[in-house]
Design a protein around this ligand. Structure first.
Ligand code: HEM
Length: 234
């Protein structure tokens, strides 16, 4: 049952929801394809948290491509042995993970502690940040603690080949049976997050802001000054 549901059916359900719902939102709900910022209510901490988070998630993404999409055989063929690979994965992945977790924690504290930011935060926003924090927090624990205190788990012979086999529609589900539970839960929550992307502001990750540099600057003006000017002219 575990093998069939969690390592074959569930990933394909999440993948299908991600693709179909993202396409639907892009074509039929284009106006909702935004990630409105609450920067106007408090700038300093959002800037720090957002920059650290986004760089961290980009580094973690690169780490996942290196760990999940590039086969172990490639590293063996270029002379990168297991120990060397894991030292770099723990060091690089550890820093990336801590950056992601730091950014998310600051964003969450900001949403809870600033009334005006809280007013502009939807349930979807809280759900996204909490789920991301769970996934990234577990990932960082796996990379920094589990790998250094329990065992340096070689996921490139189990999770990696399984993940790649999903794309060739020949899911090697049996490879996931021996994976430590912590890693299994990380992967399951990650797929849940993939399925949630189309229903949250995470869709902005698919937007390539090509026109950003050339777009007209957005103008913000304070309501008070606007009202004062209006009253003066009447
Ligand atoms: C939204 C999706 C995901 C997020 C935000 C995420 C986040 C993270 C973070 C922050 C780390 C620690 C830093 C690092 O080693 O890169 C990590 C580690 C890890 N993640 Fe993910 N992850 C996601 C999806 C996945 C998926 C889909 C898989 C497998 C199919 C996966 C497998 C792993 C593994 C095996 C590690 C441990 C790496 C190591 O020990 O060196 N992750 N993840």
């Amino acid at each position: 049952m575990e093998e069939l549901f969690w390592w074959i059916i569930f990933p394909y359900i999440c993948g299908t929801v991600l693709i179909v719902a993202t396409f639907y939102r892009f074509v039929f709900r284009g106006k909702s394809w935004t990630a409105p910022s609450t920067e106007i209510f408090s700038r300093k901490w959002l800037r720090i948290a957002s920059v650290v988070f986004h760089y961290g998630i980009i580094f973690a993404f690169i780490g996942h491509v290196m760990g999940m999409l590039i086969p172990k055989g490639f590293y063996d063929s270029i002379g990168v042995d297991e120990h060397t690979y894991h030292v770099f994965a723990i060091a690089g992945g550890g820093v990336a993970g801590l950056m992601v977790v730091f950014g998310l924690v600051v964003m969450l504290i900001r949403k809870f502690s600033l009334p005006r930011v809280r007013t502009h935060t939807s349930f979807g926003d809280y759900f996204t940040i909490v789920l991301l924090l769970l996934v990234a927090g577990m990932g960082t624990y796996m990379t920094l603690i589990y790998n250094t205190t329990v065992v340096s788990y070689e996921y490139r012979v189990s999770i990696g080949p399984w993940f790649r086999s999903l794309f060739t529609f020949n899911p090697l589900s049996e490879l996931m049976l021996g994976v430590p539970t912590l890693f299994k839960v990380h992967v399951i929550l990650a797929f849940l997050l993939f399925a949630a992307i189309p229903f949250t502001r995470l869709v902005h990750m698919f937007s390539f802001p090509l026109r950003y540099p050339t777009r007209a600057p957005q103008q913000y003006r304070s309501r008070d000054r606007y009202n004062k000017n209006r009253d003066n002219t009447q």
